[in-house]
Design a protein around this ligand. Sequence first.
Ligand code: HEM
Length: 483
Amino acid sequence: MALVGPAPMLKTNPFAVLRSDLRDERSATVPFPPGETHVSLARTRRFAEEPLPMLLDAYERYGPIFTLRLFHGNVVFMLGPAANHYITVSHAANFTWRDSHFRDLIGLMGDGLLTIDGEFHRRSRLIMLPAFHREHIAASLDVIVQETESALDSFKPGATVDLYAWTRRLALRVAMRALFGLDPDGAQARSIDAAGLFEEALAFYASDYLLRVFRGRFTPWARMQEAARKLDTLIYAEIQRRRASGERGSDILSLLLDAHDEDGNTLSDVQIRDEVMTLMFAGHDTTTSTVSFMFYELARQPQIVAQLLAEQDSQLDGGRARPSQLIGGELAQLEMVLDETLRMYPPAWVGPRRAVEAFEFEGRTVPARAFVNYCSWASHHLPDVFEEPEAFRPQRFTPEARAALPKGAYVPFGGGSRTCIGMRFGQLEVRTIATLILSRFTLEQSPGFELSIRQMPTISPKHGLPMIVRERSAAATSLPAAA
Ligand code: HEM
């Protein structure tokens, strides 16, 4: 028996949605936390451009919970370890995702794990969890290695590569093969340019917020819906083909087709489509950004690269990592670099929620139906939690230092019942790509490049990441592995 999903969102007309939000706000029975609550288009624009300084400034002025009036209404932000723990773990049941500020994602992903709540979320997650167990993730390693090695063949010493665009293409190919079992070079995928369509659908979420409100022909929304419709044809055809033939592979789609919980509940075709779309969305942007930001920082810190290379020299067999080293995160220096990258640049930077009931946190009240966000990006930049937060210091993540962090301080993968289900997959992919790049090349920052970050829906380098490719430098490996 298939699980029964949530009712469709009643209001999809964006103006009706805005009206209903304003009605909710006016019917608040308790005050919003203090903050900047007068209407300001400039503030909204500034937030869309550069939220981090605004959030850190508001934290300084108002403390760990405050309100900013953004777009058309009040938005509550809760920052810091206690706030993260409150929203994701101790009081998670009082928050929903589905009608949060990111509700537009339902237009592409439907009712996949990210956009559903409550019992349906719990049961769907139980059905899906086995597909993300260690042994299944390990089965994806070959695909990740093959795709990375073949993508690395395009690196020419002396040439400049846009590492962001390169990784994005690679991660999308990995996602198509490992999650969906679809060969990106096969006739089926190429006949509709599946990768291009997926990028086109995602472009909606990077478009100007004001344009995103409009529906109707020629709008970004219409383009996204059209791309999603074509992708659906491909996905449903593949689901039906596999159901009819019984063909299964080591990809996640194969596992979802047969997955069930202990009561015999399974996923319907529509649910599988929504989950596949959700995984493709959640799974490639995030890893792309992580690889990009990691190499951006490494290019500025040759001594850290030297430690990574020394680690490779001392621990890899003939220059190749063993699967256990990649799957288990056994390369300690690389692991700390990965953790520190995700501290400074957590791709899924904001956890959007809506409060079910009014509540109180640190002496401040929040009305029912308020938009409430936790924010890993800002929480990871609080100087009272991470000293000199702007400094890239992998040593913050030695096992001892990590264990000493307060509960909820470090949340790049969220927490509680909504912790990223693809965490192991994402970590494996980033470790593998990074190890293979480092074993063959050194990437230098392009002269004059200045990083600026865009954040819709995940944070990424706004203008790509041009880097100069060099042969791996042998001299650097003479430094010791441990700091
Ligand atoms: C470095 C890589 C990644 C990072 C930093 C990351 C981060 C996150 C975060 C912070 C959340 C929780 C969001 C919230 O609380 O609102 C999340 C949820 C999720 N992620 Fe990831 N993610 C990564 C990779 C992946 C991959 C590779 C996949 C799929 C293969 C994936 C699938 C998902 C899904 C389905 C959810 C929703 C889980 C639920 O609500 O039960 N993620 N991710």
